[in-house]
Design a protein. Structure first.
Length: 184
């Protein structure tokens, strides 16, 4: 498997630009994208167990890495939820697969969203960013004809950035299409 284009781009263009912009004295201070976590919460899985299997297959197809089920931690009677019931699926991407997924997200999936005007630039205060996607059908691997229900997902970009500004610059240079107004 060859190196993802974005990894080379980070080493050749993004890291030197960040070092210059923020005035880092060491290359170890430059923010790095550590991992991407994709998470789907499936509350309706309490009624239909097959939803979890379908979601695991779809997420595995999208990311190229086996997704795992997440389980409830306690009983909640109002939601007919028992402890250790599967209520979601997740996958954590690192290294090559992370860069391949990011490239696919930026270049293929996000432009397929209807009336797309960019993504919000709200960070968590530590340089990490979570993007909510409402439809899994924006990914080219998903065949729309075989989908029985539209599922959303959260994509979390975990960086080594110390501040939101550093994280914003890193992800912007990777090509994430933030809206013009930056208001954290």
């Amino acid at each position: 498997m060859n190196t993802a284009q974005l990894k080379n781009d980070y080493q050749e263009r993004i890291a030197p630009a960040l070092k210059e912009k923020f005035g880092y004295s060491s290359t170890m201070q430059i923010p790095v994208l550590k991992k991407i976590v994709i998470n789907q919460g499936l509350g309706m899985a309490t009624a239909d167990k097959k939803i979890i299997d379908v979601a695991i297959n779809e997420l595995t197809t999208i990311t190229g890495q086996k997704a795992v089920a997440t389980f409830s931690k306690k009983d909640v009677a109002q939601f007919k939820l028992r402890k250790k019931m599967p209520i979601g699926v997740m996958v954590t991407l690192r290294r090559e697969r992370m860069y391949e997924f990011l490239e696919k997200l930026v270049r293929v999936a996000l432009p397929r969203i209807r009336d797309f005007k960019g993504i919000e630039s709200k960070f968590d205060g530590r340089g990490n960013y979570t993007l909510g996607i409402t439809e899994q059908i924006i990914f080219p691997e998903i065949n729309i004809d075989t989908i029985d229900r539209i599922l959303g997902m959260n994509i979390t970009f975990v960086t080594t950035a110390q501040t939101d500004e550093e994280g914003y610059e890193l992800l912007k240079m990777f090509g994430l299409p933030f809206k013009n107004a930056k208001n954290n």
